[in-house]
Unconditional design. Structure first.
Lengths: 252, 334
């Protein structure tokens, strides 16, 4: 695990020295800014707001924008992690250094996750703005913390899937498409919650998988252990598969 | 330092490395020689821990590459054939990263990087972005990477591929110098390269280790056993004259499409394919050939030693294993 740090640092470097990370962050901040503006505008001009709806919960889960942004950002962030190294051959110098497969996978994953967190960092400003706009200072910090936990977990799960896809193919493009398809499948299952009839098995399955209802829970301050287990699995399983994939190249 | 026994690597039905066994002692510079596709790179990749073997064992400085992979990899500085580098990093930055990755302690990291930069001759591009470097410099950065952790064993896969003649000379000098401190194993398909750098040669062909021996033995084998004679006059008459000369085994016409008026014959001395121990035998026979041709009124325009190619060496080795130390693979293929 001693090799974790150098790889982590190099991956972060690779993210931020290329324009890709900056373009992604720019797109993300612009979209989230517009999103926030529309929401605040909406809440400011609506006379009677439905009881439990707050700008916070709306921002973090109740609009499709939130998920669209994740679909667009996660695949390009993770596609290059392994596919690029295998295409260019640098994987050969990397894996002939005394590094374990697990350290390589975790370091690359941690770097992607750190970049993801850096992307969300500017949105903390919105909370500051909301808190200032409300003279009563009624911004619920616990709900905000829970919402960010949700954002972190969803992103962590998606990034793990993306990393796994990148380890499974030499082509960055295929890794991107595959990641996007899996994320889309999860999202569509979530939509299924609204179109299936209450009480059916399909409804229960869709409800369990629905990122939409997960984020709604987190954004209203509800941290459910089922969600934690779900995302724990969604992180651990792809990372495990990726580690085995890295090991398997040796025998290809 | 390196012990390989019965190493086999199969890709599906294709056997890339077939039951190869050899040893490399400390301080040796060993050249891995063979045509492209002989299985050299695959063998080196297994030594470096990048590929797994289908069968057989590899021990690096006492560590089995399968069981004790990390320790084995720690002992090897490996430069892959394509010299893959991260194009977005600067040279010194890259070497610092590699040194840290290979577990060089923080306190000694700068000294190691400086040393590697100096030895590989890349001090003047230390602050350049790797993506902007020429092929020659990239190759040397790869070398610096192999040296940066000061490993006891250095494995170089085709270190001079794609370099210009000056750079090739410099790289060979560097490899010879490395031999003083490291055990070096390098691969190449160029015979003269092995002669220039290595003290011992391993010959590989179609996945099998044909033979191994000191470089001098290989050099002796390369000595031409045939000359090409360009004559002016009747070709068949000249061939008849040459066949009568003592020491000539065969005379064959050599097709020269470029110029019909220049007639060329290949004269092979001694026993076909085998190199004799005494160099003078061929030289004296050549003299006799020319004298006989001139005496018979045939104009001799050119006498040139036929190139002793890698194929000739292979032919010599497979036909006459006594010239070098034959291995199990070599005798089987006879």
């Amino acid at each position: 695990m001693r090799s974790f740090w150098p790889i982590f640092k190099r991956e972060l470097f690779a993210f931020f020295v290329t324009p890709l990370a900056w373009v992604l962050i720019l797109v993300f901040v612009v979209v989230q800014g517009m999103h926030f503006f529309v929401l605040v505008d909406h809440f400011a001009n609506t006379e009677n707001i439905a009881g439990d709806e707050t700008p916070l919960s709306a921002f973090f889960g109740n609009t499709v924008l939130h998920y669209m942004v994740l679909f667009m950002l996660v695949p390009p962030m993770t596609m290059r992690l392994f596919a690029e190294e295998r295409r260019s051959g640098t994987i050969e110098t990397l894996m002939t250094a005394p590094v374990s497969s697990a350290a390589v996978v975790l370091a690359k994953y941690a770097a992607a996750l750190a970049t993801y967190c850096a992307m969300w960092l500017p949105t903390v400003l919105y909370l500051v703005i909301l808190a200032r706009a409300d003279p009563g200072g009624r911004l619920d910090t616990h709900v905000a913390a829970s919402a960010y936990l949700g954002v972190l977990l969803v992103g962590a799960g998606y990034l793990a899937i993306g990393l796994c896809a990148s380890a499974l193919t030499k082509s960055q493009f295929l890794a991107m498409v595959f990641t996007a398809l899996v994320l889309l499948a999860f999202f569509i299952m979530g939509v299924g919650e609204f179109v299936t009839r209450d009480g059916t098995t399909m409804h229960a399955v869709c409800g369990y998988l629905s990122v939409w209802s997960h984020m709604n829970d987190f954004a209203s301050g509800l941290v459910d252990s089922r969600r934690l287990v779900f995302y724990g699995t969604m992180i651990a399983l792809p990372l495990f598969v990726a580690t085995r994939a890295v090991d398997s190249w040796r025998w290809g | 330092m390196i012990r390989v026994s019965h190493l086999t690597k199969r890709y599906g039905a294709h056997t890339a490395v077939d039951d190869v066994s050899f040893e490399v002692g400390a301080g040796e510079v060993v050249g891995f020689l063979g045509p492209n596709g002989a299985g050299k790179s695959t063998t080196l990749r297994i030594l470096a821990g990048f590929l797994g073997a289908s069968a057989g064992t590899v021990t690096i400085a006492g560590h089995d590459v399968r069981v004790d992979s990390l320790e084995a990899r720690r002992c090897v500085g490996y430069m892959p054939e394509s010299v893959p580098l991260y194009p977005e990093m600067r040279v010194a930055e890259y070497l610092r990263f590699r040194a840290e990755l290979k577990g060089v302690p923080r306190a000694r990291r700068s000294a190691h990087v400086d040393d590697a930069l100096r030895r590989a001759g890349v001090v003047d591009v230390a602050n350049k972005t790797i993506g902007h470097l020429s092929k020659g410099y990239r190759q040397r950065v790869g070398l610096a990477d192999a040296l940066v952790a000061k490993p006891p064993i250095v494995v170089l896969d085709e270190p001079t591929a794609g370099l210009d003649p000056n750079q090739i000379r410099e790289t060979r000098a560097l490899v010879r110098e490395l031999g003083r401190e490291h055990t070096v194993l390098l691969s190449t398909h160029i015979l003269s390269e092995v002669e220039a750098c290595a003290t011992r040669v391993l010959l590989m062909h179609k996945g099998k280790l044909l033979a191994e021996g000191a470089t001098e033995r290989i050099r002796a084998m390369r000595r031409p056993t045939a000359v090409d004679v360009t004559i002016h006059g009747d070709l068949s008459a000249a061939a008849a004259v040459l066949r009568g000369v003592d020491g000539v085994a065969r005379v064959d016409p050599v097709a020269s499409a470029a110029d019909d008026r220049r007639e060329r014959l290949r004269v092979t001395f001694g026993v076909a394919g085998a190199a004799s121990e005494d160099a003078d035998v061929e030289a004296l026979a050549t003299e006799r050939c020319v004298a006989a041709l001139v005496a018979n009124g045939v104009g001799v325009r050119e006498v040139r030693a036929a190139d002793g190619s890698l194929e000739d060496v292979f032919a010599a080795l497979t036909l006459d294993g006594g010239a070098a130390v034959p291995t199990a693979g070599g005798t089987e293929s006879e």
